[in-house]
Write a new protein. Sequence first.
Length: 235
Amino acid sequence: MALLEIRNLSVSYGPVEAVRSIDMDVHEGCITAIIGSNGAGKTTIINAISGVVRKSGSITFSGEDLPSRSNRIVRKGIIQVPEGRKIFAGLSVEDNLRLGAYIRKDSELQELLEQQYALFPILGERRRQDAGTLSGGEQQMLAISRGLMGRPRLLMLDEPSLGLAPIIVATVFETIERIKEEGTSILLVEQNAKQSLSISDHAYVLENGKIIKEGRGRDLLADEEIIKAYLGERR
Ligand code: ATP
């Protein structure tokens, strides 16, 4: 049984069918990626899992139907790191992290903060600074770290590499691998096909709301069609 099982999922915005009858499995302890270009429907899938858009079809988590309300879904252990980071610029780094722990007990807070500062030493050094003073890459780390403060079983990352310099992008992907190694399952949504396929155990390729291909990340990296459409002629 997969940790998350999506069957026949469709989502429409009025007349726009953004996601069309997709099936998808996310396995425990793995990085699963959804790649696809701008507007393919990637964010919509994540939003359907989080319960923030109306959907048809079924989604089970650990064998149980997902609750319909998004706050209950978070408490089940599914946490989304939104596209564009959405950190609170005028709050300190530490206060941003505390907000991520709103579903945890107060007694867990210190340990959770220490775990985050061990994973992201730069956030520890800057804990008292306003989050808005961090660089783009540091803000992305903060957004991911804030997600981890809720102790997710499944962390969903929406375009974590967006708008970052290549060297910083590499660090973000290394961090995602470390988070997996520490035991959190990951669903990664990305336009950066090359980097996400190279770290993912399994990946789905989404075009116009439909899955057109799936396979092991490394197999898709070598797939001629994927190379042409997503990776450029030269790798
Ligand atoms: P991006 O990388 O730009 O976020 P995406 O693959 O995540 O792209 P979605 O944001 O899921 O794609 O959008 C899928 C389709 O649904 C697009 O055609 C988009 O224009 C449309 N769409 C998304 N949100 C809405 C909305 N709230 N109302 C109407 N149409 C929407």
